[in-house]
Design a protein. Structure first.
Ligand code: ADP
Ligand code: ZN
Length: 816
């Protein structure tokens, strides 16, 4: 009898590959175990075993597997079914889903690069000969590929050795540069050791009679450090009422010593207490509504206005499922922007909170994988979309918070899945309940509640019955005419801000563009500097004295004269957060402002620091891009100003109005959350625009009705499905021809299915590649499987055409 194993390879292959195995292996191997297999000329890959079969017939020469990596499966059979669903729905290979799912450390392959672990030493007594050889080689070379090690040991089966070494923390996998998320650290301060001697200390204090502030610092440090070795620098500054400069001078004089200490993320120190809040009556009702939907096995959409306490309801639910021994998955659009929420959950659930973050180290990600798989305890896993791909067992509840957020859709690479939609499938497969939550639900989800597919539960009031902020629209065309503008600030906005600062409260300003200005133009000839790699103009970044491309990162200096005509009269057009920051400093020289956008949050813990500054009221105003809309919960923000509400309305996209409503409502929701009613001022050139009216009256339902009507008329989701096929190539004509060929081949598609394009998108060249889109629109009467099958076949023929071999072709199902 011969035995064969079907294996998933982490590659864009259409089907599983079969390998020969012996009888013992056939007995031992279970689906979900990793096996190392050869593929191509001499490459070794980690694959996942799917099924052992006895006799097969395949058209290729069947090779032997190299060896079995695991003793037990690293995922269960259901998981493979789930992968298969994603692959078939989103038109990609199961291998691509596998690759997106497994933490890289579980995916050892020829090209994987390893390094010695910092703590590993050749003197360790427990090293095997192989381990010794590898570590020794790593003393001479910084890093080695798995392939190099195969040569070094002169044996093929190195992966199990490496796997053991990873577990023993002798080696680590090299991570891509810039991709490691540094843990948050905090500065701690203490007295230099020589002053532990009382005499020395007394002398020091006596010598400081004239340095009042420094003395004050030392006295405060005394008070605070009773029984402790060191105290937080920040706290010392605050308590002593001095600036950082005073601390700094003491450190420079070597009177104080400062150290940075890591604040551990995985298991943050349990803070005192873990009482959950009592739900209010309306929250209790919503909670009951959600439970009723779950009893009916329905997906529940929680539509709760900003600050209605949705999070508290999630927490109650999570508590309940954990108590039943079930796992909970809490999906968020962008985990990096949720330190406040994570803090809250860790406060309640302590070590049972697991965070899955693509920027965490591989070890940490693998740890979460293992915890989830072994499920020794019920956990709540918080993560952005990729957390959905963890190997869940006993999953009880999935919460998709801010379900309307478009970042739930994976854009590149495949699988291009929508985490909300895919979560619903996962829930069905695992018999887990699903809760979607938002203050501004997506049209699609809300539509599903109107046709009975989802249950709707509403929270219409804020916690504490605080009124929703009052939203006023300011006509800036009028203000300009009457000369009532100072830069981009209307007199109304300035007055309101002045009042807030007088009341010692805070302001949030929203401008959804970063940088200083998106365009710099020559007054004489009209030339505007463009990115050499992309079809966009370069954004001026005054702060770094650069012109930058927001698509590819290209940057150059800010020109003094026009590159085309040498004219020196250069003007900027449009404005971004930097310009608002600069204008603010002119108008309010005595107030402090901080900026929150991609440019200011790249650094190690800059995002956390910004939030802390606002929470500690170290800044009076926070200006930022859409990052501001992501669930921030500040207590003292009483005014939100939107500098220009129009930019978002004019996007050439069928979701532009919906998105504008969502963004503005969310940013407005940052005002007046806990103490008293807040105010929102929306500056606009089109104050009578429907969407602005709907935002200012919190009229979600009218917005929904009107948008739905438009979707119906113009054949968009939820009435039709969209599949976008993208072609990319360096050459303009080749790209366009490729699109044309594809459209031609799609002519045979079912009747009633629309094929649009080929068309260049608004930014038609990015990183020197031209982009061309073809859109397929199908109605609800068409079987999506048939259409998708057809498109896949066309793609396959396309890929076999020689002249298009270098054209990249992507399919995006339910594209955004
Ligand atoms: P949402 O997620 O709906 O925007 P949050 O859950 O952030 O609202 O709640 C807003 C604020 O109200 C938070 O500071 C939260 O702690 C507080 N809050 C909500 N519900 C309660 C409750 N039942 N008891 C005490 N505080 C609550
Ligand atoms: Zn560019």
């Amino acid at each position: 009898m011969s035995y064969y194993l079907d294996v998933i390879l982490p590659l864009p292959l259409e089907r599983y590959f079969s390998y020969k195995i012996n009888a013992a292996e056939a007995e031992f191997i279970k689906p979900g175990m990793r096996v190392a297999v050869p593929f191509g000329k001499s490459k070794l890959y980690t694959g996942i075993a799917v099924e052992v079969r006895e006799n097969i017939s395949v058209a290729y020469e069947v090779k032997d597997i190299e060896f079995v990596i695991d003793e037990a499966p690293i995922l269960d059979k259901d998981q493979i079914r789930f992968w298969e669903w994603i692959a078939s729905y989103y038109l990609c290979s199961v291998g691509q889903v596998m690759k997106a799912s497994l933490p890289k450390s579980l995916l050892l392959e020829s090209e994987t690069t390893i390094q010695a672990h910092d703590d590993a030493s050749l003197d360790q007594s427990d090293l095997t000969d192989h381990e010794y050889l590898i570590l020794e080689a790593l003393e001479h070379r910084q890093a080695l590929k798995v392939d190099d090690i195969t040569l070094l040991l002169d044996r093929k089966t190195v992966l199990p050795i490496l796997k053991k070494m990873l577990a023993k923390k002798l080696i680590i996998l090299q991570e891509e540069l810039n991709n490691t998320y540094k843990s948050k650290t905090e500065r701690y301060i203490q007295l230099a050791p020589i002053y532990s001697d009382e005499e020395q200390l007394k002398e020091l204090l006596d010598s400081m009679t004239r340095a009042h502030k420094q003395r004050e610092v030392l006295m405060t440090l005394f008070m605070m450090s009773a029984g402790k070795k060191s105290v937080k620098s920040k706290e010392l500054e605050k308590r002593a009422g001095v600036s950082r400069a005073v601390l700094k001078s003491l450190i420079d004089k070597e009177i104080l010593e400062e150290t940075e200490q890591e604040v551990s993320r995985m298991l943050m120190e349990a803070q005192a207490g873990n009482d959950l809040y009592e739900l209010t009556l309306q929250q209790q009702e919503a909670y009951t509504g959600i439970k009723n939907a779950f009893v009916k096995d329905k997906v529940c959409l929680l539509h709760g206005v900003t600050s209605s306490g949705k999070t508290e309801i999630y927490v109650k639910l999570i508590e309940e499922y954990l108590a039943q021994g079930k796992q909970c998955l809490y999906l968020l659009p962008e985990i990096a922007l949720t330190t406040q929420l994570i803090g809250r959950l860790q406060y309640y659930f302590k070590h049972r909170v697991l965070i899955y973050h693509s920027k965490y180290s591989l070890n940490e990600r693998q740890e979460v994988w293992t915890h989830v798989l072994e499920a020794k305890e019920p956990y709540v896993i918080i993560g952005a979309r990729s957390a959905l791909l963890l190997p869940f067992v006993q999953l009880g509840l999935i919460i998709v918070d801010e379900e309307h957020e478009t970042s739930f859709k994976q854009f590149d690479p495949a699988p291009r899945y929508h985490a909300r939609d895919t979560a619903i499938i996962l829930g069905k497969m695992k018999a887990a309940h699903i809760l979607l939550g938002s203050a501004t639900p997506s049209i699609e989800s809300y539509y599903n509640t109107t046709v009975g597919k989802f249950e709707l539960v509403e929270l219409k009031k804020r916690y504490g019955n605080i009124l929703m902020p009052e939203i006023n629209v300011i006509d800036i065309k009028e203000k300009h005419r009457k000369k009532r503008m100072t830069g981009h600030f209307s007199d109304t906005l300035i007055e309101a801000m002045t009042q807030v600062f007088n009341d010692k409260e805070q302001v949030i300003l929203f401008q959804n563009r970063r940088g200083y200005a998106p365009i710099m133009e020559c007054n004489t000839c009209g030339h505007a500097p463009q990115c050499p790699n992309c079809d966009v103009s370069l954004t001026v970044h005054q702060h770094r004295a650069q012109m930058r491309c927001h698509y590819c990162g290209f940057h150059t200096f800010i020109p003094k004269e026009c590159a085309a005509c040498s004219g020196t009269a250069l003007d900027t057009k449009g404005f971004g957060t930097e310009q608002i920051e600069a204008e603010f400093k002119e108008i309010f020289p005595n107030q402090k402002i901080a900026r929150m956008d991609l440019d200011t949050t790249r650094g190690k813990y800059s995002y956390e620091n910004l939030i802390e500054q606002v929470e500690n009221r170290e800044v009076d105003c926070l200006v930022g891009t859409q990052m501001l809309t992501k669930g921030l919960d500040f207590r003292h923000v009483s005014l939100v100003g939107v500098l220009n509400a129009d930019a978002m309305l004019n996007f050439p996209d069928f979701r532009a109005h919906e998105r504008c409503f969502q963004l503005l409502t969310q940013v407005a929701g940052r005002a007046g959350r806990t103490l008293k009613r807040g105010t929102v001022l929306l500056q606009s050139y089109n104050p009578h625009h429907m969407i602005l009216q709907q935002v200012s009256t919190y009229d979600y339902k009218t917005m929904f009705k009107e948008q739905l009507e438009e979707r119906y008329q113009f054949k968009y989701p939820p009435y039709q499905r969209l599949i976008r096929i993208t072609f990319k190539h360096r050459d303009y004509t080749t790209t366009l021809n490729a699109g044309q060929w594809f459209v031609g081949a799609l002519q045979q598609i079912e009747e009633g299915v629309e094929v649009l394009g080929p068309e260049f998108p608004p930014v038609s060249r990015v990183r020197n590649l031209y982009h061309v889109h073809v859109i397929v629109k199908l109605g609800k009467t068409h079987a999506p499987e048939t259409i998708k099958g057809f498109i896949s076949r066309v793609k396959k023929s396309f890929e076999s055409i020689k002249q298009y071999r270098a054209v990249r072709c992507n399919i995006d199902v339910d594209c955004y």
